[in-house]
Structures are given as structure tokens and as C-alpha cells.
Design a binder for this molecule. Sequence first.
Ligand code: KIV
Ligand code: ZN
Length: 516
Amino acid sequence: MERSIKFCDVTLRDGEQTPGVHFAVPQKLDIAKRLRRMGTDIIEAGFPASSPGDFEAVSAVAQDMADDDRCTVSALARMTTADIDAALRAIEPAKRKRLHVFIATSDIHLVNKLHMTREQVLARIYECVTYAKSKHIADEIEFSAEDATRTDLGFLCQAVECAVNAGASVINIPDTVGYTTPDEFTDILHAIRTAVRGKYELSVHCHNDLGLASANSIAAVQAGATQIECTINGLGERAGNAPFEEIVMALTVRHDVIGVFHRINTREITETSRLVASISGIPVSPNKAVVGANAFSHASGIHQHGVMNSRATYEIMDPAAIGLNNADTLVLGKLSGRHAFAERVRTMGYSLTSEGIDAAFTRFKEIADKKSVITDEDVRAIVGEYLDSLEGRYYLSSFQIQSGNHIKAMALVTLKVTVDGEEPYEITEAAPGEGPIDAAFNAVERIAGAEDTELISYGITAVTEGTDALGEARVKLKSLADGSVYTGRGVSTDVIKASIKAYLNAVNKWTNANKK
Ligand code: KIV
Ligand code: ZN
């Protein structure tokens, strides 16, 4: 009989460690719903002890899964009783619950971070897994040996054995810094299986620092791993985690050589990827495997000719297999009403409040006045901008730009300022710049007092084709004080307006984090 592979999605936890990404509670719920619809076996919803907001988010996902007997909710905890208690409380409402405890095992981490000996680490693993078991809340306990692939193999096996003896039923071997290679990883996993007998799920969690996360995950499956941890679109710390969509499609398309079975409905991949890109504000690169915009486009004449004769000439997967054909329905126009818009937003996977729908619908109407057809991509951009604007203190009231090839660009920007407990008021500032957008950003920076930030990236793309296309601007700001990154998006058929709104959304997030 074929082995079955479980997918543990960590987008809501490791994916949220992507610089500039923060998932609010309703957005975590929306992503979790999509993941469940796709057939994900386990959803790691967060790290409850890390913040009250994350505790609330994990509890909300767990409550939403109170009757779900197919998908398990997992929460991360360090090896302390306080972390374990918080994680157990957060997952308690779910029908199927998993606690995921981790501690580093490599000497680099023991010496430089934990300041613990190997013996102390073993003792901590035993105590904490035993403690978590004694609470009788989680159905299963997962143990991760952080930085496993740079850990002395003998000690790694000892740590795994200790966790299994204490009651862990899932053993996760993370390549925390994306350092291993497929052959080396295979040897590590074989060594663990040989040294530590017994019944446990063997899981892997690969980071992508050398671009090997997918290859290492597939090698792990071939070496006997039964669970893969991954994120949608490969979101995550630094170069990210193993991308869910790549691994599931590799297992599906190369079933002939890998020969394992999974329960993922691959037709949900495109919509899930798009929802995560829209909510996280991290776009998918066009040449990204499986879900990039160019993944099924053929530019060269020879390729086009081949595909016209038979798609199989240059395509190894059917676009329908990842749900590409269901996406991109042309849906709305300027005569569409609030109800049709709200329904479309809901079926795309967003659950906005009635206030949220009103705000997004107002934007939709403004845009539909200038653009004849609104596609799903436009709706995603509108909702994405709305989600980014939720943390608002400054709103764009008006702007005027003066620019030309013989004069210095000047911008006059008026922002409405709303501070809790005060009447809203307006501030206007003028500023010069190297071009109209630079000038407008300088004026916003003056109003918001955001001199302590640096613009680290700015880009604008057309959401769809045509001269009336919606422009989507994206901005990343870095705090000079602590290096935190804040992202913002803005959409408009006017590129300067889209840019100002994107900058403003990022400035608003920075303001919320830095000013009372
Ligand atoms: O990358 C890592 O090691 C992790 C662990 C917490 C599993 O994310
Ligand atoms: Zn990780």
C-alpha cells in the first residue's frame, strides 16, 4: 500500500515571520478556512506565547475548528511551562489539537543562544514533553529539534529518542537555516529512523536559504518522512520556507517516481496562493514555480508552436490541476451592486465586516467609474489596499503635483488626521522631490514626522492589462530605530495616487507601532 503524506501548513506561524507581514485575527481565519478547503491535514495557527494578539488568533482558529474532525490545529511553544500552558489554552476549543514544542539542539545554538549543555537540553525535552502530556489537552505532541541539520547526529538521535520516550508522537527535523542538501538530509533521516525505533510520525521543515527547500523536502519524503511542513507561496523568515504548492505538485506530477499519496485538492492551489499574496501583501514573483504568472505562459515561437499542437510539449501539468481555469472570472462592472460585490469578495475567501465591505465597495465604485471591467485580480487589489489601510491615522484628502522636465517637482499634500479622542483635522505640507512621487512622499513624511524611516522598496504594477488598468503600488519602509519593516499597498487608476496611498499605509503601520 502507498504511504500517505501529511501536509502541515505553517503559513500562519513561520509565514508571519516574513519581514513586514502581520496577519490580523480575521485574516488568519480567512487563510485557515482556505487551507482547510484545500484539504490541509494540520494548520499551525501561531505561537500563542509570543503576543496576546497571536494567542487570540490561535484561539479564534481553534474555535472555528471546533467541529472539524479532519484538520488538526497546532500551536508552537518553546520548552517552558508558560509557553506550553498558553499554547494548550489557545488550541483547547478545536476538535483535533496538536502542541508543537521546540528547542535548539546544535552546539552553535546551545553555546550562543541557550547557554545550556547537551545534558540540560535532554533534561528539558523530557520534562517539557512529559509536562505537556500530563495536561491531557493535546491529542498529539510534536517535538522539533531546531537547527537539526547542523546538530551532531549522535546528539540529534539522543534528543529525538528522549522526546519519543516522553510521549512525543511527531518528530520534526527542521533545516532551520536552509543548510542541508538532499543527499545529506536523506542520511540524517535514515540515521534517525535506524537509531530511534518506535511509532512516530517523521516530519521535516525546510527553509530555503540555498533554494533547496523543495528538493530537500522531496528527498525527505523519499527517505521515509511522513509529514511535510511548508508555507503557501514559500513565505517565511529570510528566503522563506518550502512552498506548499511546489511540494504537493511535485508529489502529484512525479507520483511515478515518488509513489506516495496525499489528500490535498490541488485545484484549490491558485485561489489559496492568491488569497495569501493579497492578505500578506507579498506578491508572487512571475517566474515562481507553479503559481507565478508566467508558470504557464510561453514566449518563444518554438514553444508557442509546440503548445498549440499539444500542451504536453512544454507543459508538465495541466493548468486546471491547480485551479487556474476557475480563477480570473470577469465578474463586475460599474453597474454591479453592493450585494454582487460582497458575494464575490466572500467567495474569493475574504470575510470582511459590513463596514469593510462598505469601504471596499466605495473604492470599487470609484474605480469602476474609470475602468469598464473589474476582474478578480482588481477586486483582490482593492481588498488588499483596504486591509492595509485598517491601521490608519492619516488619510489622503487631496494632492497637487507640479512637475516637468525643466522644473523641480513639487507636491502639495493634505492629509486628514484621526487620533482617538480628538476631532479629525487636516494638515497640508508642500515638499520638493526628484520627481512627482518623491515629492509627494516627502510631503507625507513631513506631515507624519516619519523622518526616522527609510524607503527600502517601491514599485508599481498594472493589476490587469489595458490603458485603464488599475495600478497597484507597493512600498516597504524600514524603521531606522529598530530595523522593523512596514509594507503598504495602494491602488488607483492614477499611479501617483496609488503611490501616495501605498506610502501612507506603510507610514500608518509605522506610526501605530512607534507613536502613542
Ligand atoms: O525553522 C525552524 O526551526 C522552526 C521551528 C520552530 C520548527 O520554525
Ligand atoms: Zn521555520
